[in-house]
Each structure stands twice: as C-alpha cells, then as structure tokens.
Design a protein. Structure first.
Length: 91
C-alpha cells in the first residue's frame, strides 16, 4: 500500500487510495499517530516535498478506509474544507 501511495504522490495525484481496515489499524497502531484536522497520520515522515516540508501517510475511515501522502498543511486545509461544507449543508 505504501508503494501505491508513493506512486500516486509522485504522479501529483492527490486522490485518496482505498485501503483495508487492517492496513489502517496496523499503520496507526505501530506508533503514536499524528492527528491533523479530521485525519490521522503515521508520525514518521515519509520524506519531504520540493519545499522541504515533511510528508506523511495520512488515513481516513469515512466514507471508506483510505490513505494518501500529504503535508500536515494540505491535510488541515482539506479538513477545514470538509468542515465548511458540513456547515453549509446544515444551514
């Protein structure tokens, strides 16, 4: 699964990659997870982007288990957009 996530990132593809619940549990259970917005990440950086920002493997459990490589800033922005969308829908 790491390899597929790496390939998507290197292709500049920021879509979430479906993963199994078992992979989600294994990866987040092996060390204390990194929490960013509404997503969890593996706290050991995978590498750095072109600006030198650390990249992490992040996970979500809804609407399905999925993962993707991103910076903390990218994930927080995505989380904020989701929250804003939920607020608009509630109005």
């Amino acid at each position: 699964m790491w390899k597929e996530a790496e390939e998507k990132y290197e292709q500049d593809n920021r879509e979430w990659l479906p993963c199994s619940e078992e992979f989600y549990d294994d990866m987040l259970g092996c060390m204390p997870p990194l929490y960013a917005g509404s997503f969890w990440g593996v706290c050991e950086a995978w590498g750095n982007n072109e600006r030198g920002q650390p990249l992490y493997l992040f996970f979500r459990s809804k609407p399905q288990y999925a993962c993707r490589i991103a910076t903390v800033a990218e994930i927080k922005q995505e989380s904020s957009q989701q929250c804003a969308g939920k607020s608009e829908a509630a109005r």
